[in-house]
Design a protein around this ligand. Sequence first.
Ligand code: FAD
Length: 283
Amino acid sequence: MRISDILKSNENTLSFEVFPPKTTKNYETVKNSVMEVARLKPDFISVTYGAGGGTSMYTAKLAKEVQENYDVVSMAHLSCVTSTRDMVREQVRSIKSLGIENILALRGDLVDGMDISHLDYHYAKDLVKEIMSIADFCIGGACYPEGHPECGSLSEDIEHIKEKVEAGCEFLTTQMFFKNDLYYSYVEKLNKVGVNVPILAGIMPMTNYKQVERSKELSNAYFPDEFLEWVEKYKTDNESFYKAGVDYAITQIRDLREHGVKNLHIYTMNKANVAKEIMEALG
Ligand code: FAD
């Protein structure tokens, strides 16, 4: 089933992101965690694609297993910046042959000193067009309420998001954010320039201190004072940290729903217990 149809037909949606294993050795362990997440029957599950191709070989395989084992619609992430045109075409055909109908089309992060002018794909919109030329898929894209770190300004980035939607993205999923006002004003700005596809709010429950440190390093997300206060307070108390992190995400999610946000996407980090607590809190 196409995610665009789910977004149209369901009044509210709750979807989960999971990641694939890095090596063959830990495939079964990671798969079991992902299946625990799938067992919760969210509206759909998306499976990430390793930066630089590292964990890419299992993305489509895991997405297929989610669909087959739990009858949960899945989406395979696919990035293009480190791939040749032939590699991308092969991946897309393979995703199709596994019965997956949804792809999150990504450019992927640039590796230090990378000059995109020599590459087969420069931006995610190029991948969107490529996928559409190969087979029929529902295609989504990434978006950034605080602007993509490489882009000079949020308004310029929004223009590029618009191009990506015009190329064929049927929905967008946001980067994690920790202050809902950022999401509300971002959606308003997108709507103003004519981007009217569903914009799934991406929420990352922070359940340990290391995860916060890593997110600070990798994203340009704004961490509000009230968030950083509890992070510091519980940084050496794992149990209280976990509880405070899940509570923070639930508070964010409840506020989003109260503001009429229909589509929520949770970065589960393969933690079924976190996903379950969020589902229960939402009733
Ligand atoms: P693009 O949309 O191509 O944008 C990249 C940059 O180029 C932006 O700054 C944009 O403003 C700029 N740009 C776009 N078009 C133009 C143009 N015509 N001229 C000039 N500049 C332009 N990464 C992974 O490796 N694997 C994953 O599974 C993964 N999943 C993700 C899921 C979500 C929901 C999100 C938000 C991100 C994910 N990422 C993933 C990270 C993503 O690959 C990086 O953020 C990457 O740096 C940008 O990818 P993009 O698809 O947003 O790129």
